[in-house]
Design a protein around this ligand. Structure first.
Ligand SMILES: [Fe+2]
Length: 390
């Protein structure tokens, strides 16, 4: 436990540090998509073994029997959305921004069947006054209900009350931690799973409580008990394709993206036991994707046939403008037969800064200057190329 006694949150400084010319903005709307099918791999594997006389009673190199010949059951094509980091608040008109997002989702055609909320739904409980956080959760819930479809909340670091040195509640407050948001959203457990249209969905909770010097805090980790639950839950649904969701990513490349050697990836931006989680996710061969949030940027990475997809955030820079080029947005996932595809969507939102938001003004100006420079260089390079080809 002593290793886990550390201060984790430095979100404000993090945001400043992430801004700048080393980012990789992408302003395109609906232009990025990808797809994943893993059925072939399994079928190919079965075929190879069958040809080798192994039949369908399969044993892997680790000696664990698998029934990979079982095809996933499904009962129709469907669509869902991944809405993460909405950080709903009255400040900066974030509640109106979230309403805009909900309207955008409702206008999708075909309409999604349900929504996975990736965490950090309300603005913040770590260091916000309790009354204000209470109001933010109410806003998050009531506006989310306006989606008119089932939605499932995944725990984010800002969804917990007071697990931070800047807490505004006493350490013995009965609502400290996850109790408040879980009670208000009607959640029995902070991690759970459910089935939809023949697919299995697993909602993970990576906000792991630790005892810090200042009091209760958290690290990004899937705890032992949860991992134990997960491996048996996946085993019980081994004949179904699975999509899992976590708030803090298992994989993130922010350090590389920002070319920042002082931004080691293992410092609160990814979960600390990604390898342990990965082994559990990989074991039954049925997990197709892990949806991730927290960094407010869009990236994806595939490893051992599992797709780790981070969605840009609903709030962008906590409703203070775009976040290193990423507009407020979300990802849409379509399941067609055995194929999972996704694409990103953004919605128009003019930011409304508060008087004290000087840092945000500075960050926005810096980003605009970067974009102008990019455009200048693009035109110059094109002109040079045209000159050469003449
Ligand atoms: Fe967030």
């Amino acid at each position: 436990m002593s290793q886990e006694k550390r201060h984790i949150e430095k979100d404000h400084s993090k945001k400043k540090k992430l801004s700048g010319k080393d980012s990789n903005p992408d302003h395109s709307n609906d232009t990025h998509s990808g797809s994943l099918t893993t059925g072939c791999n399994r079928r190919d594997f079965v075929k190879k073994l069958a040809l080798g006389g192994a039949g369908l009673g399969l044993f892997t190199q680790t000696g664990i029997e698998k029934s990979w010949a079982v095809q996933p059951k499904r009962s129709g094509n469907f669509r869902f959305v991944h809405l993460t980091d909405s950080h709903v608040r009255r400040g900066r008109k974030g509640d109106e921004g979230y309403m805009r997002c909900v309207e955008h989702v409702k206008a999708l055609s075909p309409k999604p069947d349900f929504a996975l909320m990736g965490g950090d739904g309300p603005f913040d409980g770590l260091y916000t006054e309790k009354d204000e956080f209470d109001d933010q959760i109410d806003l998050y819930k009531s506006i989310s209900d306006d989606l008119g479809m089932p939605w499932y909340h995944c725990m984010g670091n800002h969804d917990v009350l007071g697990w931070n040195s800047r807490r505004k509640v006493p350490v013995d407050d009965p609502d400290i931690g996850k109790t408040m948001i879980m009670n208000k959203l009607g959640m029995d457990k902070s991690y759970f799973s459910f089935n939809k249209f023949g697919w299995h969905f697993v909602v993970l909770d990576c906000i792991h409580e630790v005892d810090a010097d200042h009091g209760p805090s958290y690290i990004a980790k899937i705890g032992e008990e949860q991992l134990d639950w997960l491996r048996f839950d996946l085993a019980a649904h081994a004949n179904m394709p699975v999509v899992a969701i976590t708030h803090i990513a298992a994989f993130s490349h922010l350090g590389q993206i920002n070319q920042d050697p002082d931004m080691p990836s293992m410092h609160g931006r990814v979960i600390q036991n990604t390898r342990d989680l990965r082994w559990v996710l990989e074991r039954h061969g049925n997990v197709r994707a892990l949806l991730q949030g927290h960094t407010h940027i869009n990236e994806d990475f595939k490893y051992n046939d599992i797709w780790y997809v981070t969605s840009q955030s609903v709030s962008a820079a906590w409703w203070g403008g775009n976040w290193i080029g990423f507009k407020p947005g979300y990802n849409v996932f379509d399941v067609n037969e055995d194929k999972l595809t996704w694409h990103r969507r953004t919605f128009e939102w003019e930011h409304h800064l508060e008087e004290e938001d000087d840092l945000e003004r500075e960050r926005i100006a810096e980003q605009e200057a970067f974009e102008e420079e990019q455009e200048y260089l693009r035109r110059k390079e094109l002109a040079k190329a045209a000159e050469k080809s003449e």
